[in-house]
Design a protein around this ligand. Sequence first.
Ligand SMILES: NC(=O)c1ccc[n+]([C@@H]2O[C@H](COP(=O)([O-])OP(=O)(O)OC[C@H]3O[C@@H](n4cnc5c(N)ncnc54)[C@H](O)[C@@H]3O)[C@@H](O)[C@H]2O)c1
Length: 387
Amino acid sequence: MGAGASLCANLVSAPNRLWRRRERKGSGDTYTAAIIGAGFISAKRHLPAWLRLRRDVRVAAVCDLDLDRAEAVSREFGVPSAYDDVRQMLDMERLDFVDVCTPPSAHADIAAAALKAGAHVLVEKPLAATVEECERIIEAERESRGRVWAAHTELFHPCVVEARKRVERGEVGDLTGMRIFYSTPVTLMTADPSHFANRLPGGVIGETSPHVAYLAGAFIGTIRDVWARGRKFLSEYTWSPFEDYRLELTGSRATCSAALTYTSKHSAFLLELWGTEGLIKIDMQSKILAAYDRVSQSPWGIGVSSLREAAQIASGALANGFGYLAGRFRNIHDRLIREFVERSVNGLPPSVTAGDGLETVRVMSVISEQLQSQASPAQSGVRMGAA
Ligand SMILES: NC(=O)c1ccc[n+]([C@@H]2O[C@H](COP(=O)([O-])OP(=O)(O)OC[C@H]3O[C@@H](n4cnc5c(N)ncnc54)[C@H](O)[C@@H]3O)[C@@H](O)[C@H]2O)c1
């Protein structure tokens, strides 16, 4: 593996660029956007990202089935209008962009209506709840002048962008494998029976597995074979079928194993990629990428390799810390939403298409089918050595 710089250019944002050409507005005019869904991801990530584009895009409206919530969020972010009905909002506002932040089961209807109203549409992951709903979105896109983007946010993560470049350049040799470890704190979804993720087929993995499926696909190629198993650990959460999941995804290029746990109070998101010449480790939350290099198994060789890895982690953490303090922090939703707007107004195709969203939902649906067909949560594997 090349001994190149250890950290991805992660927290350091690109200089503020404005898009080059206006699609249909005169210069000086602003575009208009609306956000549908005023829950967690909308208030924490999407609205702040849209407001950072305020010189060029005006957020005209927020819509949520819960009008109190829509009004509270519109007050908090200074958005002029709040609605509780998507169609009414689409009739009243002239929108260039619609950003869909509702639970997945509502995505297809809303995306189709927004496309019909002439907007470009960004849809939070997963693109829709089922393959058929994704196909409905693709059909609606074909009949409209708008384009659909699937919000596969982690593909905009600077360490993922950097790792894809390194793999492309052959720095790990021929890619042969990938591993993903995801720990979501139990309090975030599992412990809350009213959280929509607890009603997804197969349980809360339905909320996290889109990230696993599209990230794996970006490295291992088109996913052709899926194996999924769940295991129940926390009996107090009677509504949750499983809190620990294992996946094996076989791609056209390599294989990915994933472990997703919802049993801990800790959060973690780790990726490893390896090939014939090297190994890359990424801590997605710390935004640190380290090239792991251990060809010698002597105590000296192992010591040197440990120090090299530690140095990469330390320099990455320092660079990230300074970048954050210097106000250069950009989260992945900022990057995604800026690119969505820039490419849309320049008439360029989406970086993540509705077809990509469909592929992810296809993988997810096989995962949830396998989990649902597991005889019972207690019988989550083949018994070895039984008489
Ligand atoms: N990219 C990420 O890291 C990430 C993280 C969390 C959630 N998400 C995704 O974002 C989406 C929303 O998740 P959340 O955690 O914000 O959910 P949430 O439950 O906090 O918020 C969803 C909001 O949508 C509203 N809503 C539901 N149906 C609606 C409809 N038909 N019209 C208008 N409003 C409607 C609800 O009232 C609620 O306020 C999901 O697709 C989820 O998978 C992505």
